[in-house]
Design a protein around this ligand. Structure first.
Ligand code: PMP
Length: 396
């Protein structure tokens, strides 16, 4: 018999989620996660994935993964420090460092894991972290794990950051870090890195940028730091291999000394089995492709501009995105959920994002165009948006 307290906790809390409409029913995909997907036997135009460049289904990456499986098998077999570093892992890290214009890089099992690993390897209870209030959950959890004092600053508000940096510098902390997403995933805005770096230089702050949504998208793929011409000026650059790169895993790029320290002290590196050979080989292939051609990135931006222009022309509020992330802000949570449901019924898969993921009253359907969408798919999606928007009285 299971513990009664646990059963009580679960049924009460699951019940509450369901009555408030906050319980997410997860749709099983019957196809690859491409520009269209198959759900319950219906083909839908997919505007929900982070597969920005279409690499998740690229035949060249698949071939590299198959070859790595034939040569090395399906699993790494151990934690890297014990028995599991393949030459492939080292090759990936060398290529990532070159791609990010840093001295070195270390790969982890996910982007989430990078933030668990890197922040607490360097920061401790005598330190402080200045964190943008809209930072990703994994940054928040990584900061908590470090036991450093967390000081949130208002989203991209440089006056607030400067004031809090000054206060922290006058406090009794040892090290102080400023940490931000490179691109904010719900609105698509870019962090104000030039000013953040300037404030960091003024107050001697460690700089940490999680560029999960900027890598492969901005700065010819190298990310937000390169986009602003700040290579060499940011201590930690985090990236994920799961979005534009199309595979799974994450990495930290920075100075050689920092990477040596993370390999010696960060816990997910020391205590968790490394990326599988197939993941590593496919990621290497993706980095090679992006290092040799920016064609997919160009196509991504072209598609994003096309979708944005189409939705804007219809009269939708698409916010202030500076990247391919295209929110369609509807406000009311119930309308947002209904809007997404009707899009789905008409053949477009775009998820509703509501409180608590975004502030109350700013519910939105978030669209993620990719390089592999065709204009025909985007035209169909825009026509469906027009129909649903008029149906629900959101546009006229
Ligand atoms: N950091 C940020 C800013 C993210 O948006 C995400 C993905 N949602 C992650 C980290 C986690 O990356 P991964 O999916 O590779 O764990």
């Amino acid at each position: 018999m299971s513990c009664r307290q646990l059963s009580h906790f679960l049924s009460e809390n699951l019940g509450e989620l369901k009555t408030k409409g906050l319980y997410n029913v997860i749709d099983p995909l019957q196809s690859a996660n491409g520009p269209t997907i198959l759900i319950k036997g219906r083909e839908l135009i997919n505007l929900s994935s982070n597969n920005y460049l279409g690499l998740a289904t690229d035949s060249r990456l698949k071939q590299s993964a198959v070859e790595a499986i034939q040569k090395y098998g399906v699993g790494a077999g151990a934690v890297r420090t014990i028995n599991g570093t393949f030459e492939l892992h080292l090759e990936l890290e060398e290529k990532l460092a070159k791609f990010k214009r840093t001295e070195a890089a270390v790969a982890y099992q996910s982007g989430f894991n990078c933030n668990m690993a890197a922040i607490s390897a360097v920061m401790d209870k005598n330190d402080a972290i200045l964190s943008d209030e809209l930072n990703h959950a994994s940054i928040i959890d990584g900061c908590r794990l470090s036991k450093a004092k967390i000081i949130a600053y208002k989203h991209s508000d440089m006056d607030d950051l400067r004031m809090k940096a000054e206060q922290a510098r006058n406090g009794a902390y040892n090290k102080i870090m400023v940490i931000t997403d490179g691109v904010f995933s719900m609105d698509g805005d870019i962090a104000r890195l030039p000013e953040i770096v300037e404030i960091a230089e003024e107050f001697d702050l460690i700089t940490y940028v999680d560029d999960a949504h900027g890598s492969g998208v901005l700065g010819e793929g190298a990310g937000t730091v390169k986009h602003f011409g700040l290579s060499g000026k940011v201590d930690f650059q985090i990236g994920t291999l799961s979005k534009a790169i199309g595979v799974v895993g994450g990495y930290v790029a920075g100075k050689q000394e920092l990477i040596d320290w993370l390999k010696a002290r960060s816990r997910p590196f020391l205590f968790s089995t490394s990326l599988s050979p197939a993941d590593v080989a496919a990621s290497i292939k993706a980095i090679d492709l992006l290092s040799n051609s920016t064609e997919q990135i160009r196509q991504l931006w072209e598609n994003a501009d096309y979708l944005k222009a189409g939705l804007k022309k219809l009269g939708f509020d698409i916010g202030n995105s500076q990247t391919p992330i295209t929110p369609c802000i509807l406000g009311d949570e119930i309308i947002t959920q209904e809007f997404s449901r009707q899009l789905n019924a008409e053949g477009v898969y775009a998820k509703a994002i509501v409180f608590p993921t975004v502030p109350r009253g700013t519910g939105r359907v978030r669209n993620m165009p990719s390089a592999s969408h065709t204009y025909q798919m985007l035209d169909t999606a825009i026509a469906v948006y027009a129909k649903v928007g008029r149906n629900l009285g959101v546009i006229h």
